[in-house]
Design a protein around this ligand. Structure first.
Ligand SMILES: NC(=O)C[C@H](N)C(=O)O
Length: 681
């Protein structure tokens, strides 16, 4: 069977699908694919970081209970058909992404491939197993750093990330990672299970498959946690049951997505990226933090001991809406003294649900001494936020307090920030709503959802910054494709070169990874339309191409064909591999030679330094094609290229011209270069 790419024709459809693929593609036309920003992808690459946990555990033979077992998980997964398409791999698909010519960090990880999805996507996942794998109860902050660095190291090579983790401390890790990942713009999902995946009855399979399915089809640029068919914001979760399969809860925020017969994503609830800075990891976390759960009659001496050095920051779990016993001056005094020593204190409620407020005098006393309200944060989110804020040694005490008070990653709801949608939505939406006799907020939201994406793309195309700003303030989902081609507002503004609109969109959460129906990103459209400034901005926020993107290869060959150096230069700036080959094994240099595109050849050979010795599927290098076509100007150019190997036919002609005085092997290098240079002049 040909490779996956060889099966694709230029419209991006399978020209020679297998019977199974035909069936799947047929059903995919019926499947609900709206709101699917990765929908143009035929293949998606996910890194699975396996840290341990019950999901991969086995019963210990000596009766010690479930234990982690290293180095068997990947092979064992290959026996599960919902997680591994053996048939597809047998037919040679495994080579697709294993580009051994390139030294990619994931080449050595086991590669697995899922069956074709309902939406027509092939998910390839690579399993990176931690050494050692752990029961999550044995994890520490150091392990959060290891996971964070794994994502950082592989960020540019993968579309999304799934982290397999024990459930016991999964909410801590998810919360910590949510802060450590700054300017995250890819999907990161933690999952695990209550019963090992290889037991007959288990929850591991549906959790793992569900996480891969979401990560393979949607860009939800947050650290999330997937369990029992629900996708939660990670820093809102708590492990709620030691034995139920519905083990996690998110008491103060409904799930971001639910998996039923359809995948239902609440896009309005997804926390958008709000800067144009590119992804970074802040790995330092302070260990000098603690959680203090108040109880009636708590001893002030014990509190003093708890607050003494090296303690740098604590989270108080107070009563009800944030109350402490205000009739206990000894206790309040301990908190005051600690605050005066610059110990940071966050106040959250010990209630399962709800938020702290200053409604009661018993709570107000806390804020008077400098305690920071943590509103509806979970203990896990509050503690890890404290560790994160204290880990940044460049910050002052005041900076830290300011950071703790802000909603950084959607971890808390600040009362005045609660968004109220009202009938005061934009004039156009309002008049449509009136014409339709909309009478409820629910109906109003339906009208908004139908109209905003279309209005966004129109404004983006026209470069209408003011309208864009208004639509953003009305809660428009920037990553929702609105036209038939699946283009988002960022695609259109990029193609048109509206730099201000592009910047505004990026600042408000537009993803540079969204793909249109053909798999093209905004960067692709910007390069295609030679929008230099936009290309620069998109590159600066981390937009990149896969090394094996067939659409890019085609574009390179088209630019070479058209002798369009300007466009070739832009592709080169975007760090694409200028040696990649089309379906005939031809590099852009081959194409430029065949089309006699002199400027393109000069650029590729002397400015980029491409490999001029690659052979196409007919076994010809660019130089051999030039000789065949008798393009002497090109031959002259190519033989000057520092790395060009002379083909035998040229060596023979060269020898003849040297009057057989020297044999080629005897010539010193300079003489050979001189001869080469003068040969066809
Ligand atoms: N279900 C689980 O994964 C529990 C296990 N003890 C862990 O956290 O690693």
């Amino acid at each position: 069977m040909l490779s996956d790419y060889a099966c694709l024709n230029f419209e991006g459809f399978y020209s020679n699908p297998t019977k199974q693929e035909k069936q799947m593609l047929h059903s995919s036309t019926k499947a609900k694919i709206s709101n699917n920003p990765l929908m143009g992808r035929k293949t998606v690459r996910i890194l699975v970081i396996y840290t341990g946990g019950t999901i991969g555990m086995k019963q210990d033979k000596n009766g010690k209970g479930y234990t982690v077992v290293p180095n068997y998980f990947a092979d064992a997964l290959k026996k599960l058909p919902m997680l591994y398409d053996e048939e597809y791999v047998k037919n040679g698909a495994e080579e697709i992404h294993n580009n051994s010519e390139l030294d990619l960090p994931y080449n050595k990880y086991p590669q697995l491939v899922m069956p074709l999805s309902k939406m027509g996507t092939r998910v390839f996942y690579y399993l990176k197993e931690h050494d050692p794998i752990l029961d999550s109860s044995n994890m520490s902050m150091h392990h959060w750093t290891l996971i964070a660095n794994d994502v950082k190291k592989h960020y540019q090579y993968f579309d999304s990330f799934v982290i397999l983790h024990g459930t016991d401390t999964m909410s801590y890790t998810a919360s910590a990672l949510s802060y450590m990942f700054e300017n995250l713009d890819k999907t990161v999902i933690l999952t695990g299970s209550q019963i090992p995946i290889f037991e007959q009855r288990n929850d591991g399979r549906s959790n793992f498959v569900g996480a891969l399915e979401i990560a393979g089809h949607f860009i939800i640029p947050e650290v999330t946690l997937f369990f029992n068919n629900k996708l939660f914001r990670g820093n809102r979760t708590q492990k709620a049951s030691a034995s139920d399969l519905d083990a996690f809860a998110s008491p103060n925020l409904p799930p971001l997505a639910k998996l039923g017969t359809e995948i239902e994503i609440t896009w309005d609830a997804v926390f958008p990226k709000t800067t144009i800075m590119s992804f970074t990891v802040r790995e330092e976390m302070s260990e000098n933090v603690g959680l203090l759960r108040l109880f009636p009659g708590i001893n002030a001496k014990i509190v003093r001991a708890f607050l003494s050095p090296p303690m740098e920051g604590i989270v108080i779990e107070s009563f009800g809406a944030g109350n402490i016993p205000s009739n206990r001056p000894d206790l309040v005094d301990e908190f005051r003294k600690a605050a005066e020593r610059n110990v940071l204190i966050l106040n959250i409620t010990q209630c399962y649900k709800g938020s702290v407020s200053d409604a009661y005098a018993a709570g107000k006393v806390m804020y008077d001494i400098g305690v920071i309200p943590g509103y509806d944060m979970t203990p896990e989110a509050a503690l890890t936020k404290m560790a994160y804020v204290l880990g940044n040694k460049d910050l002052t005490y005041e900076d830290r307090k300011a950071l703790l008070s802000r909603n950084l990653r959607g971890e808390m709801t600040i009362p005045q920030q609660q968004r109220q949608y009202s009938m005061r939505d934009g004039e156009f939406v309002k008049s449509v709503a009136e014409a339709l006799r909309v009478s409820s907020l629910r109906e109003m939201n339906c009208v908004r959802r139908a109209l905003l994406p279309i209005m966004l793309t129109c404004a983006a195309k026209a470069g209408d910054l003011e309208t864009i700003k208004q639509l953003i303030s009305q809660g428009a989902n920037l990553n929702e494709p609105s036209d038939y081609d699946g283009k988002t507002s960022l695609h259109l503004a990029s193609a048109e070169g509206h730099i201000n609109v592009v910047t505004e969109l990026l600042k408000n959460g537009s993803s540079v990874y969204v793909r249109d129906r053909r798999g093209r990103t905004p960067l692709f459209d910007a390069i295609r339309n030679k929008q230099y400034k936009v290309v620069k901005v998109l590159l600066s926020v981390g937009a990149k191409f896969d090394h094996d993107d067939i659409e890019v290869t085609r574009e390179l060959c088209i630019a070479a064909n058209e002798n369009d150096v300007e466009r070739l230069r832009l592709w080169n700036c975007a760090c694409v591999d200028m040696n990649q080959v089309d379906l005939d094994g031809r590099t852009p240099l081959h194409v430029a030679v065949l089309k006699h595109s002199i400027d393109a050849i000069r650029f590729l050979v002397f400015d980029v330094g491409v490999n001029s010795n690659k052979k196409d599927i007919y076994g010809r290098t660019p130089l051999e094609s030039a000789i065949k076509l008798n393009y002497t100007d090109i031959i002259n150019m190519l033989i000057r290229a520092p790395n060009t190997k002379l083909p035998n036919v040229l060596n023979e002609r060269l020898e003849e011209n040297l009057d057989n005085i020297y044999s080629i092997n005897d010539l010193n290098h300079n003489k050979l270069i001189n001869c080469k240079m003068n040969f066809f002049t």
